[in-house]
Design a protein around this ligand. Structure first.
Ligand code: DGY
Length: 420
């Protein structure tokens, strides 16, 4: 039995398809995914700093002319995945891609890699990436917050990364399902249907794609037309943390004008996230922008303001009480949705299972907020899950069983990163 570090390195080496890493060797996701790649770079950094930078550089090769960095870059045969590149029909002329984005962790990861300082040609590489990161952040504020509210909206549950979270149930139910795509799905050939999104959810996911394809993924049209338009508290918290990291990178590189521009974005978003605090429930909720209403559902995204801002716990200790109550009800933390609620399903994807990448955001946020004991608890659980449940895609919080794809890249990466 080799040790966990060696196993994790072997997984990343196996899933490295030459400059980019597929999320799992199983065939479930035969492409480069945006936030998977960024988070995988945190793992590569522990044993191959050059390869960590390559992962980000390859991802940004798929960046669109308008600044968007796509959710998926298709770089190899993709017929084991639906919807594949022939369904999306999108790209930047060099790389075939999907037509939507994903949580923007890139600037946060680039800051970490830069501060490690151990990669070859670091100054030159950072210099090449910084303008791309700035264009990416600008794109969010122009394409996804045209009214300047400070909260950017997502147009598809897939953009949140938390695809079938109960947080989307009402907003998604309002979307036309379109024709059934049950016969086209590939994911349930790799993972049991009981741990994946349902048929009605998938029909709507694909109908959204077809509608956006018809608009040529043009942001000017999408924001007005998207039947699913949601200001997710998790997505905005991740963006806000990335804003702060981008400001530090720009200032460190002497780009004062760029830093001041991103400070403008960050000031708006800080105020808007604070306005999402619900004093009655003691929790942060996002908004359904399309239907102009608060989404009062306790998903793990509501804890992510801790990751964005080190002063949250001081202002809102009630938020920590939610986390503590969740941890009391499960064997391992942190479940992706509040246990004990009718929507909680411990094995079904984002309706309850634990995802180590979000555990990292929670434990990092707790540590920065001065909550060392809670942060350590989440860290211990995270590593114990890998020890007991292996390198699954996600984990059942009631048993610790690994679920979904196996030999999963971002689980291996988190194991390396969190042990460092
Ligand atoms: C999927 O296909 O399940 C992915 O989560 C979409 O990004």
């Amino acid at each position: 039995m080799t040790d966990l570090r060696e196993q994790a390195i072997a997984i990343l080496r196996t899933n490295d398809h030459g400059g980019y890493t597929v999320p799992t060797a199983s065939g479930l996701y035969p492409a480069q995914w945006n936030w998977d790649s960024c988070l995988v770079a945190l793992g590569f950094a522990q044993f191959d700093p050059d390869r960590a930078w390559v992962e980000i550089e390859t991802l940004f090769d798929g960046q669109w002319a308008d600044g968007m960095v796509p959710q998926i870059s298709f770089r190899e045969a993709d017929d084991t995945y639906f919807p594949n590149s022939s369904v999306w029909q999108a790209g930047n002329g060099r790389v075939k891609t999907s037509g939507i984005t994903q949580p923007p962790v890139a600037a946060t990861v680039v800051r970490y890699l830069t501060e490690r300082g151990d990669a070859p040609r670091l100054t030159e590489r950072l210099g090449a990436l910084l303008p791309k990161l700035l264009r990416y952040h600008r794109w969010f504020y122009s394409a996804r917050d045209p009214q300047g509210t400070g909260l950017v909206s997502i147009v598809h549950p897939w953009e949140s990364g938390m695809d079938n979270s109960p947080v989307w149930d009402a907003a998604l139910a309002a979307v036309e399902p379109g024709p059934s795509v049950a016969h086209l799905r590939k994911d349930t050939g790799f993972s049991h249907a009981s741990v994946r999104p349902t048929g009605p959810e998938y029909d709507r996911y694909i109908n959204l794609v077809i509608g956006y394809r018809a608009l040529n993924y043009d942001p000017a049209k999408l924001h007005g037309a998207a039947p699913f338009l949601v200001a997710d508290i998790g997505f905005n918290s991740i963006l806000q943390r990335a804003n702060r990291d981008l400001i530090a990178l720009l200032r460190g590189a002497g780009d004062e004008a760029g830093a001041v521009e991103v400070e403008g974005f960050a000031a708006r978003t800080a105020a808007a996230i604070e306005a999402c605090w619900d004093a009655e429930d003691g929790f942060y909720y996002g908004r359904d922008t399309r239907h102009d209403r608060v989404i009062r559902k306790p998903g793990i995204a509501g804890l992510l303001p801790l990751y964005a801002d080190p002063t949250v716990a001081e202002r809102h200790p009630a938020l920590l009480r939610h986390l503590e109550a969740w941890l009391e009800q499960v064997r391992f933390g942190v479940p992706s949705f509040a246990p004990g609620t009718p929507e909680f399903e411990p094995r079904r994807y984002w309706r309850g299972p634990i995802w180590l990448v979000v555990n990292w955001m929670v434990l990092d946020g707790l540590a920065r907020n001065g909550q060392a004991a809670l942060s350590q608890r989440v860290l211990r659980d995270s590593l114990e899950l890998v020890r007991q449940g292996g390198f699954g895609e996600y984990f059942d919080p009631t048993t610790g069983e690994g679920l979904g794809g196996n030999s999963f890249s971002w689980t291996a990466a988190m194991c390396l990163f969190l042990r460092s």
